[in-house]
Design a protein around this ligand. Structure first.
Ligand code: ADP
Ligand code: MG
Length: 384
């Protein structure tokens, strides 16, 4: 019996909620053998006690099966995430934090960013949900490998689908393939509310929400329905894209949503053959805008063919190619995002009381501008 037989045995231990094993994930840190005793240090990314317990039981069973009469495991894990301290209206009170992913326009990589950040957070041990609130163009099911999968219903509630350790719901999972709907403002508002109230989300540390592009009814409704902990703006580096992104950042400001940062997507190109990085749309052009809004660039994500392939094939890069440069940048951005969320909660959290509706329920504040004197203090609609 040697180190390899331990590794082999442990490669049968699947990381709970995922399809990969703990060796592949790189969680097995140190192996020692003392006669027929196996001593193993496993460092997992999840703080959930049930994950630790299951890995412990499975690893002991596999090592005994491999012939070790005695097993000593040291399983280390990060601290449990702290509670949210946010106040105000929350239609999904089981969810502690809400991350709103926005962009000035479509096609800049908002869904790609949402998917990879959500999975990165789950790989880092958080309980994560991903809500595809882009009702006009729901791409998340395909990107998560859940295209065509229909959710189960429990009474009046829809049970979210699950992939890569992330709970997911999308209008695309509720409609027939290829079907399109024409949405009026009031329908969008209803849909967003139902996504929060009528989906049986688990007790989540955070819900990542992929918004439709722009600043309108969906954004306003979301901000009124739950206390949004942070907003992220996804942009590409061209000057024309930045103009739109500025509107998205301005909307966060108007809705009193703290800005976690900007993801500069399609920032340079990494050639798949040489790994060399080229500048295409201009890199680093986003920094002055970040300064203007007193925030930071969370990540510069290169154009990498594997990112697109991962999206199209439902195998997001952060999980499927976890040692790629892009995956590492997503993981770092997720850590940064979480640090911001914890800081906001330590400082008292967010409160959406100031952005409650000034129009009748079901009536759009954006398509029917409210009289000026009704505009709420410090809030208001960010639509333009
Ligand atoms: N960094 C990137 N490198 C390569 N392809 C990307 C990158 N980011 C996004 N894409 C691809 O660009 C297209 C648009 O991205 P998507 O996330 O759907 O944008 P949005 O949600 O903003 O409309 C998708 O096909 C996606 O796979
Ligand atoms: Mg999208």
């Amino acid at each position: 019996m040697n180190e390899n037989s331990i590794k082999e045995a442990l490669s049968n231990v699947i990381y709970p909620g995922f399809t990969k094993d703990i060796v592949t994930f790189g969680f097995v840190k140190e192996i020692n053998i003392d006669a027929d005793k196996a001593l193993v240090h496993i460092d997992i990314s999840s703080s959930a006690p049930e994950v630790k317990a299951q890995i412990n039981d499975d690893a002991v069973a596999e090592l005994k099966k491999a012939g070790f009469s005695s097993v000593e495991l040291n399983i280390t894990s990060p601290q449990m995430p702290k509670e949210s301290s946010s106040k105000g209206k929350n239609l999904a009170p089981g969810i502690k934090n809400f991350v709103m992913v926005s962009s000035g326009k479509g096609g800049v990589g908002k869904s790609t960013t949402s998917v990879n950040l959500a999975i990165a957070l789950a790989m880092q041990g958080k309980k994560v949900g991903l809500l595809d609130a882009d009702i006009y163009g729901p791409n998340i099911p395909r990107m998560m490998g859940l295209e065509g999968v229909k959710p189960d219903i429990d009474g009046q509630q829809v049970i979210p689908l699950k992939a890569y350790g992330v709970e997911m719901m999308s209008m695309g999972s509720l409609m027939e393939p290829g079907q399109s709907l024409i949405w009026r403002g009031s329908m969008i508002m209803k849909a967003i509310e139902q996504f929060l109230r009528d989906i049986q989300w688990g007790e989540l540390d955070c819900l990542v929400i992929d918004m439709p592009p722009g600043t309108g009814d969906a954004q306003l409704t979301l901000a009124q329905s739950v206390p949004v902990t942070v907003g992220i703006t996804v942009t590409t580096p061209q000057t024309v894209a930045l103009d739109d992104s500025r509107r998205s950042l301005d909307m966060f400001k108007k809705l009193n949503i703290p800005i976690a940062g900007i993801i500069e997507n399609m920032s340079g190109f990494i050639a798949p053959d040489t790994g060399k990085e080229y500048d295409i749309f201009g890199k680093g052009t986003t920094q002055p805008m970040a300064d203007e809004f007193n925030t930071k660039i969370m990540a510069e994500m290169p154009i990498e063919p594997a990112i697109r392939e991962g999206g199209d094939s439902g195998q997001p890069i952060v999980y499927a190619k976890s040692d790629s440069e892009s995956a590492k940048r997503y993981m770092a951005a997720a850590e940064d995002l979480w640090a911001t969320i914890e800081k906001i909660n330590e400082e008292g959290g967010v409160d959406n009381e100031a952005i409650q509706p000034t129009t009748a329920p079901g009536q759009s504040a954006c398509s029917t501008p409210a009289p000026k004197q009704q505009a709420p203090q410090g809030g208001g609609c960010g639509c333009s």
